[in-house]
Every structure is written in structure tokens, then in C-alpha cells.
Design a protein around this ligand. Structure first.
Ligand SMILES: Nc1ncnc2c1ncn2[C@@H]1O[C@H](COP(=O)(O)OP(=O)(O)OP(=O)(O)O)[C@@H](O)[C@H]1O
Length: 304
């Protein structure tokens, strides 16, 4: 290859490296019912880079789940555009797998292994033998290799959550979408699942878009958090939370950031909207947290 072509290829590679994986650009989402039009989000923009653990956080009804569904391709934006790897999202695809809170999404008549294998075969991406190997590989990663032949009703809530995660990761999606996946679990199991999710991320380095209304969970799970205002959701701020993990929840900086987020979310409540954002049990009185006022300026700065 001559020098010109080499430099062209190098600059193309550099662009590919620095292009965000997911671009949500001024996206407004609406539901149309027989009686009225409900605007769920208004001109929301954010970008997710490969390997990010990006959290959508906001009060009930601010459109977090609707945004996730739009990224999954189940809902088309009324305005704006969603791009994955540079391609406009128009429909669901195997490059975006959703894990919901309801783990009864696992068909009860299939064993754990069959549950993981089924989508691999349904999309035609693998032959049965390869699908079986892939399923066992990911079941092993979530510590369930010994339960491959068990049926879902014999598993605990946490184990069902692990099967759902293994099934999603086995598809090797470009981005894993999780909608309050641990909300139905008891506090101890929820914490354990957060820990396991972070360990899995360390191993597999998948890209995650995670919805929660718990400030503490957002700070633990995410490396970046997008705060949304009450209904209809608008971008309130983006917060860099990469320095926190499960062991930092007692730290002063963690508590200060939690307090800052709490204020940012509650400042929006001048219209009497009630928030159900869950706050940590203890918070420090004041803050100087790494809160960025606008997502666009932060994204530019990150890539500069
Ligand atoms: N199928 C639907 N038809 C009409 N309106 C809907 C529908 N689904 C959601 N909405 C409305 O869209 C808005 C956003 O809902 P969404 O479920 O995305 O919020 P959320 O932030 O995920 O809330 P929560 O944390 O309570 O799950 C709400 O006002 C909700 O009432």
C-alpha cells in the first residue's frame, strides 16, 4: 500500500475508533392514544462510546424505558435520530439485546441452556453445536454451568437474572440494554447482581445502556450517568461516575455526588411533579461533584 493510501486507512481507523457507538440526537418520543398524544421525551441527546456503562436516571415517567425501547428499535422517534455504529436504528435487531426486570420472560418449558440457545438458533447466527458451546460459555461466566438442565421455576430471582444476562451476552450484541433489571430483587441479591455485572463487564467489556431510578445503583453501575428531568424527559446533566464502585458507597465523594444528583433531579419539581427517585440512606450536606452542565459540551471535551 502506498503512503497516501496508508494515511487514508489510518485516518479512517482513527475515525472508527473515535466514533461513538450509539448516537441519540435530539430525540422526541411520543405515544398516541385514542384520546391524546403523550410526549415521553423531548429532544434528548447523548452519545455512548464502546465499553461505556451508560445509565439513564430520572424520576418515574421521565421516559427512561421509552428511550431504551427506541434504542432497541421498538419505537420510532417522532423527531430526531438514533444511530448505532453510524446506521440509523429503524427496527429491532440482534445487535441490541434487552434485559427487562420481569425474568418470567424466560419460557418456563425450556431448560436454562435451551433458553440461552434458543435466540442463537432463531437468528440463524450459529449452528446447534456452536450455539450449545456459546451458551455453556456464558452460563459458566454467570456461575450457572451447573444449572444448565434446570427449569426456570426451580431458580431463585437472582439466578433467573443471571440466565437473562447470559442469554443476552451470548448473542454478543453491540450494546446490552437493561431496563431496571434488578428492581424486583431483594436488597442483598440486588447488590450481589450489581457486583456480578461489574465483574462480567471487567471480563467481557461489553457496552451497556442501563435504566434505573436509584441514584446509588446509577453511581455503582455506571461510568456515565444521564440525568433526565420529569415528564417529558429532557437532558438535565451528564455526570462522570467512573471513579465509583460498590466499595465507594460509604465514601464522602460518593455521598456528595449522590446529593448533587438528588438536588439536580428535585430542582426540576417546580411544577409539583412527584419523583420516586431512590436516594442513598445517608448523604453529605454539600457538593463539588463532577457534574457537567450539558451533555454536548462534555462529549466534545471527551473526544478532544
Ligand atoms: N404504551 C403507552 N401509551 C401511552 N403512554 C405511555 C405508554 N408507555 C408509557 N407512556 C407514558 O410515557 C411516559 C414515559 O414513560 P416511561 O415508562 O418511559 O417512563 P420511565 O421513566 O421509564 O418510568 P418508570 O421509572 O416509572 O418506569 C409516561 O408519561 C407514561 O405514562
Amino acid at each position: 500500500m502506498n503512503a497516501f493510501l496508508e494515511s487514508q486507512a489510518a485516518s479512517h481507523d482513527a475515525m472508527a475508533i473515535f466514533q461513538p457507538l450509539l448516537q441519540v440526537q435530539r430525540v422526541s418520543l411520543e405515544y398516541r392514544t385514542a384520546q391524546r398524544v403523550v410526549r415521553a421525551t423531548h429532544e434528548v441527546s447523548f452519545e455512548v462510546d464502546p465499553g461505556d456503562r451508560f445509565v439513564l436516571l430520572g424520576p418515574s415517567g421521565c421516559g427512561k424505558s421509552t428511550l431504551l425501547k427506541a434504542v432497541a428499535g421498538f419505537i420510532r422517534p417522532h423527531d430526531g435520530e438514533i444511530r448505532l455504529d453510524g446506521q440509523t436504528v429503524r427496527e429491532p435487531g440482534p445487535d441490541r439485546i434487552v434485559v427487562f426486570q420481569e425474568f418470567d420472560q424466560l419460557p418456563p418449558w425450556k431448560t436454562v441452556k435451551q433458553n440461552v440457545i434458543f435466540p442463537l438458533l432463531a437468528t440463524g447466527s450459529l449452528k446447534r453445536r456452536e450455539a450449545e458451546q456459546r451458551a455453556l460459555h456464558y452460563l459458566n461466566k454467570v456461575g450457572l454451568a451447573g444449572f444448565a438442565d434446570a427449569y426456570p421455576h426451580t431458580l431463585s430471582g437472582g439466578m433467573k437474572a443471571r440466565v437473562a444476562i447470559a442469554r443476552a451476552l451470548a448473542m454478543q450484541p453491540k450494546i446490552l440494554l437493561m431496563d431496571e433489571p434488578f428492581a424486583a430483587l431483594d436488597a442483598l441479591t440486588r447488590r450481589k447482581m450489581q457486583e456480578e455485572l461489574l465483574e462480567l463487564w471487567q471480563e467481557v467489556k461489553f457496552t451497556l445502556l442501563f435504566v434505573t431510578h436509584s441514584i446509588e445503583e446509577a453511581l455503582v453501575v455506571g461510568n456515565r450517568i444521564l440525568l433526565l428531568s420529569p415528564h417529558p424527559g429532557r437532558v438535565r446533566a451528564e455526570i462522570n461516575s467512573h471513579s465509583f464502585d460498590l466499595h465507594s458507597s460509604g465514601d464522602t465523594s460518593f455521598q456528595r455526588t449522590a446529593q448533587r444528583i438528588h438536588r439536580l433531579l428535585f430542582e426540576e419539581q417546580t411544577d409539583g411533579v412527584t419523583s420516586n427517585v431512590a436516594t442513598p440512606s445517608a448523604v453529605a450536606p454539600d457538593i463539588s461533584a463532577a457534574v457537567e452542565p450539558a451533555v454536548d459540551s462534555q462529549n466534545k471535551a471527551r473526544r478532544a
